[in-house]
Design a protein around this ligand. Sequence first.
Ligand SMILES: [Zn+2]
Ligand SMILES: [Zn+2]
Length: 335
Amino acid sequence: MRCVRCGKREAKIKGLCEECFREIYLKLDYPSKFEIKRCPHCSAVKIHGEWIYDERKLIESLSRKIKISYPVDKLDVNGSIVLDSDHIFFVADVEYSLEGIVYRETVRIPIKVEGEACTICSRYYGNYFEAIVQIRGARNREEEERIRERFYEIASEIKDPALFVNREEDVRGGIDIYVSSKHHAKQIVNKLAEEFGAAVKESPQIAGRRDGQDLYRVTYSLRLPPYRKGDVVKISGRYYVVRDITSKGFSAMDIDNGKVTIFKHRIYEEKNGKVICLSKEIRKIQVVYDDGNTLQILEPSTYEVVEISKPVWYPEYDIGAFVEGSDLVVVPILK
Ligand SMILES: [Zn+2]
Ligand SMILES: [Zn+2]
C-alpha cells in the first residue's frame, strides 16, 4: 500500500510512509531559548530557583525540557553545553524510536546567561556562619595544631560546597573556627572527639529571625581532658594509669591492684582528680632480681639497688617509676 499523503513511498504507520508520518506527528518540542542565572564566583547555575553546582545536573535538567509530541517508544537526549564565540548553546543529539524505526535529530538552543551570586558564594562573601567550633584544652601548640589540621582534613573529605570556614580566631585557651554549616560542624566535632578523646559541649543561641523563624547558631566546644594515655592520675586517693580515652570517659588501671576502672570525664572533675605524672616523665626501671614476692630494681636517679614488693601487674607490664616527694612510685608502663 502506498502512502496516502505523498503516494510515492510505501505506507508503514497510520497509512503514511516514514517521512510523512514524521512530518505530521513527530515534532520535537523545546524552548526557543534557556535563560539561566550563573554565579560569577563559582559558575553554579540556578534552575527553577535552585542552585546547581554540577554541570552534569544542569545538562540533565535542560535535557528534560526536550519533549516530543507523540508517545514514542524511546527518547534519548544526549546534550552538552557549547561555547560558540560569545554565545552559549545547549546542543543535544536526540534519538527516538517508534515501531522499530529510529529517528535522529540535533537541536541547538541558545542559553542566555545572567550573573547572580549563588547562595553559597553570597554567604561566603557575606561572612555567614552557623556554628563556632571551639578547640580547648590542648596541652601545647603542637597538639592544638594537630587537632586543627585534622579539622580541615575531615572537612575536605565531606566535599560539600556549602561547607566552608569563614574565619578562625586565636583566643585565650584555644582556637575558634567559624563554620558555614552547623550540620557539618557537628559531624566534624564528633569525629575529632572520638579521635582525640575529648568531650563535646553543644550550646545553641538564637541569632535573629528570618522568614518568621528563629535562626540558630551553635557553639560546639571540643574540650580535651587534662590527661593523656599513659599519664598517672590520682582519683579519691588512688593512683591510676590512664589507658584509653574516648569522648565519654577513660579507662585506667589502679597501680596497686591492677584493676581497670572506667571513669567518666565528669567524675574525674567531680572527684577533683589530678594528673600526678605525665607519661613522658615516667622512667623505665630495670629489674635486677625477682625472687617471686619481691623485686630488686635499680633506683633511677642513684642507681642503687632497692627492694620493692612485686606488683600484681608484673611481668605483664614493664615497670616504670617516678619520684613524688621523697617516694619512688612504681607504675606499669602501658604498651
Ligand atoms: Zn508519504
Ligand atoms: Zn557561587
